[in-house]
Unconditional design. Structure first.
Ligand code: HEM
Length: 499
């Protein structure tokens, strides 16, 4: 590029083939593992080129912390299939760095900062009790119900949706969009992302199924964006703008008020509309919250259950701590967190052991840059390899081992994974405090009331679930039994008191 006047080299990486570059070297499944192998050969920054796309993977926390905070590293890469074919590049997660993104951060921040998320605790307490009850009645559905619990919490927070049928439809639409989205951001997944001109070929041409995928995706995306906000609006009444209803800060009229009968539960959407915020911005911002929030939180819950199934001694230790601090007469709550160091260590170890976004959400380098002795070309896709960070032996002995004690060694605590599993810099996860309280409540409440163990086969041998570190835990069996009749009735009583 013209601005590389010092003729600096690109960061090191595997040798490239003509035209294809490294297209045949970067696998489409679990690429983070290959990049982590390459760290041994090429170091903390690895460059690959896939056809004409520059990709830079940051393999260490130290380097990520240095570069990711800078504005030029805060862009988002919009694959052609999402941007040009589906129009899905205006959501919170995928929008490029700039004015609209700043509006989203400003709108969302009060609802998501450390203190702001406290308002959801009563609701989360109830939904956690609901979840515990599903463990009593249908322990084998523990994964499905993690999903349902999290989806209910999020749709309630964002849209005030409480009706089961409406939630189910929303989940199904949002999952569909998320699947396309996740596939689209994997390097090399859709050829049209590397050769954008392909989109001008007719639909009957071989290899054009991306067109149908994108067209279906777009329809469902628009539904998941519009329908829930229209529902909120239908439960609000519009009043004629009058001087009495003008926001004294902005001078703009409040266009909506919540109906006196309160048919719209207060939610992020209802509150932002009531304040007169731009409806289009609210729709696009909110639609991306569900997909950012649910899959990630649920994946961490599933990793937790797998770790507990594999480690009965850790279950025992955490239960002993809970029993002595919380006692057996009530369920744990968020206020207990600071007095539960062992459980906190379990929580951090879950985040580290199985980072659920192992290559981060890709950033896009907005201008040519230099880092150390390297040239970083504009338009590069930048991945924070959180998987590599979680396996860094300078911070973690035996990194594949699930071992909460690593966070409890006085004076030499391991690096806190919350510093990187939620991303780094300006685009870091806005929902991390909400994620933390959801996860903590679930981990504490499940351990306080249930024993988790391996199941046995017909001949009485324990079945040990396999761990393949594939970012998502595959369905596995475990035994989930109430610790005692007392803990079971604690759950039933709490649920009864809520309804
Ligand atoms: C265990 C749970 C979660 C994990 C591990 C996680 C992880 C991440 C990661 C790695 C990113 C990308 C950061 C970057 O680009 O550098 C991200 C972004 C984001 N997350 Fe989360 N997340 C979680 C839960 C949530 C929740 C509960 C919400 C919403 C309430 C949420 C909302 C978002 C949003 C809106 C972004 C985009 C921010 C931006 O681009 O400016 N996440 N998250």
């Amino acid at each position: 590029s013209s601005s590389n006047s010092k003729r600096l080299p690109l960061p090191p990486g595997p040798p490239r083939e003509p035209i294809l570059g490294n297209a045949r070297h970067v696998p489409s499944s679990a690429p983070w593992k290959v990049y982590t192998e390459w760290k041994k050969i090429y170091g903390d920054i690895v460059y690959t080129r896939i056809i004409n796309q520059h990709n830079i993977v940051i393999n260490s926390y130290r380097v990520a912390k240095e570069v990711m905070d800078r504005a030029v590293y805060s862009g988002r890469y919009s694959p052609v299939i999402l941007d040009k074919l589906m129009g899905v590049n205006q959501g919170f997660v995928s929008i490029n760095y700039g004015a609209q993104w700043r509006i989203y951060r400003r709108l969302m921040n009060p609802y998501m900062h450390k203190v702001g998320v406290g308002r959801y605790l009563p609701m989360q307490g109830k939904s956690t009790c609901w979840y515990l009850q599903t463990l009593l009645d249908h322990p084998e559905e523990f994964m499905e119900n993690f999903k349902l619990k999290t989806a209910k919490d999020i749709t309630r927070i964002v849209y005030g949706i409480t009706e089961e049928g409406v939630i189910a439809q929303y989940i199904s639409d949002a999952d569909h969009v998320a699947k396309i989205f996740l596939r689209a951001i994997l390097p090399g997944s859709f050829l049209v992302n590397t050769i954008p001109q392909l989109r001008f070929l007719p639909g009957w041409f071989p290899g054009m199924e991306f067109k149908r995928i994108a067209a279906d995706g777009r329809k469902i995306y628009l539904a998941s964006l519009n329908t829930p906000v229209e529902r909120v609006k239908s439960k609000m009444v519009r009043i004629a703008p009058s001087p009495d209803h003008t926001n004294y800060m902005t001078g703009r009229p409040y266009p909506m008020v919540i109906k006196a009968e309160g048919t719209a539960e207060a939610s992020i959407t209802s509150q932002l509309l009531e304040r007169g915020e731009d409806e289009d911005a609210v729709k696009k911002m909110n639609a991306s919250i569900y997909s950012a929030a649910v899959e990630t939180t649920v994946a961490s819950m599933n990793s937790f259950m797998l770790a507990m199934t594999l480690h009965p001694e850790i279950v025992k230790k955490a239960q002993a701590e809970l029993d002595s601090i919380v006692g057996l007469s009530r369920l744990p709550n968020k206020d207990d967190q600071e007095r539960l160091p062992y459980l906190n260590a379990v929580f951090m170890e879950v985040l580290r052991w199985m980072p659920v976004v192992p290559l981060g959400i890709p950033h896009c380098l907005l201008e040519d840059d230099e880092y150390k002795e390297y040239f970083m070309p504009q338009g590069s896709i930048i991945h924070s390899n959180t998987w590599a960070m979680s396996r860094d032996e300078t911070y973690y002995d035996s990194p594949d081992r699930f071992w909460p004690e690593r966070f409890l060694k006085p004076g030499e605590e391991a690096l806190d994974p919350r510093l990187y599993v939620f991303g780094l810099g300006r685009r870091a996860c806005i929902g991390k405090h909400l994620a933390e309280s959801s996860l903590f409540l679930v981990f504490a409440s499940v351990l306080a009331t249930f024993d988790i163990a391996k199941v046995r086969d017909k001949s009485g041998r324990e079945i040990v679930p396999k761990v393949d570190f594939d970012a998502r835990v595959k369905p596995f069996e475990c035994s989930i039994k109430p610790r005692s009749a007392v803990t079971a009735s604690l759950i039933r009583d709490a649920v009864a008191a809520d309804s």
